[in-house]
Design a protein around this ligand. Structure first.
Ligand SMILES: Cc1ncc(COP(=O)(O)O)c(C=O)c1O
Length: 385
């Protein structure tokens, strides 16, 4: 008989959601006391906060001089859509996807922009081979597939000199993975992911070549104000020093600043990457020791270190989806893991956020609970049969 006693140790923070993600360690609302609430974001105090957020983003992510960083509306989705609607259509387009968000960008380009794009979609757990892609086309892809737990190992296959633009949704990669700036013309992310910020705003990072495209190409379709990055054929430079297109939440900005300062205090990008990697390794080691659980990512080289997606492989499981949901429910009910069911469009299983704000001790404490919930559910299934 399997021992069904609950583990003694519990994660101190049971928040393993893949977005919004766990707040920074030690977070309290007191950290936001300096937010200039009730003041104009165009006043000096507001502008300086927005500029500081841009400057710290550049510093921590090592974004090269000459690349613009803008705070834009609509979170990561807003940033990706803005890039696609303003830049695509000038050249042939290749759309790459290895999970549902990437597939969403494919739908937008094919069905909304009605571009005759070449589409490459890898099944969940796999990735598109970048060596098969023509980078003289504009290429849109997601660095880390949040719903499949599959990520690019690196951007080596992207030529440093290319005719096309690369548009990269890096929302669950930025701050936890090394992004190769010379290979990325447009990079986007939102604050609610690796730094545990608030939903609301997106970050749009543009290479000089992306700016050149914006200034030399006018799409055939109309652009709403919220997407417009140029005026009279010139980049609106103000957007990239904190003069946002419309009103931002200064509370969310203050929260992002607190997260950036925490990131800097622990050692910046290398420390953030190391934290996510150690967290993911903890889960991988657990999978290796427990044959009933496996990473959805088939190749360890492309396994995500932030959104770690898992599948149950025990042959005794009769209904995979119901089983995974029941395990996630048990963990939530026990108060040891919130929001770790697989994404609604992804294969049944669990998804454990291992991003940089998550403490490794919490991941370590969670693992025996997963075993506990698994065995309890196997027993429940046998009893119901
Ligand atoms: C890869 C990816 N792209 C886009 C999004 C959408 O992000 P947002 O809600 O910040 O717009 C998400 C959210 O989980 C995501 O994981």
């Amino acid at each position: 008989m399997t021992d069904l006693t609950a583990p003694a140790l519990r994660p101190e923070n049971p928040r393993f959601s893949s977005g919004p993600c766990a707040k920074i360690p030690g977070f309290s609302l007191d950290l936001l006391a300096d937010a200039p609430l009730g003041r104009s974001h165009r006043a000096a105090v507001g502008k300086s906060k927005l500029k500081e957020a841009i400057d710290l983003t550049r510093e921590i992510l090592n974004v090269p001089e000459g690349y613009r960083i803008g705070i834009v509306p609509g979170s990561d989705t807003g940033a990706v859509e803005m890039a696609m609607w303003t830049m695509l259509g000038a050249r042939p387009v290749e759309m790459l996807a290895w999970e549902s968000f990437g597939e969403g960008w494919v739908t937008d380009v094919v069905k909304q922009l009605k571009l005759d794009a070449k589409v490459k979609i890898a099944p969940y757990g796999q990735i598109v081979d970048l060596t098969t892609v023509d980078f003289d086309s504009d290429v849109v892809f997601t660095w880390n597939g949040t719903t499949s737990g599959v990520r690019l190992a690196n951007a080596d296959a992207i030529p440093a000199t290319r005719q096309g633009l690369t548009i990269c949704d890096a929302t669950s990669a930025a701050f936890a993975m090394d992004l190769a700036w010379d290979k990325l013309d447009v990079t986007t992310f939102s604050w609610q992911k690796v730094l545990g910020g608030e939903g609301a705003h997106g970050i749009l990072i543009l290479s000089p070549r992306a700016v050149e495209r914006l200034e030399s190409y006018t799409p055939a379709w109309p652009l709403p104000k919220i997407f417009r990055l140029t005026s009279k054929g010139k980049l609106i430079e103000g957007i990239f020093v904190g003069e946002t297109i419309n009103t931002p939440s200064m509370l969310a900005v203050e929260d992002y600043l607190a997260a950036l300062k925490w990131a800097k205090s622990i050692g910046g990008l290398p420390a953030l990457i190391a934290r996510a990697t150690a967290n993911a390794q903890t889960v991988w080691d657990f999978c290796a020791a427990n044959p009933w659980l496996a990473n959805l990512a088939e190749n360890p080289a492309t396994a995500s270190t932030t959104s770690v997606c898992l599948k149950f492989t025990d042959p005794r499981i009769t209904d995979g989806e119901a089983f995974a949901k029941a395990v996630a429910k048990r963990l939530e009910k026990a108060g040891v893991a919130y929001d770790i069911g697989a994404y609604r469009d992804a294969p049944a299983g669990l998804r454990i956020w291992c991003g940089s704000t998550v403490e490794q001790s919490d991941v370590v404490a969670l693992m025996p609970w997963i075993a506990h919930a698994f065995h309890a559910e196997i027993a429940a299934q046998a009893q119901a049969a």
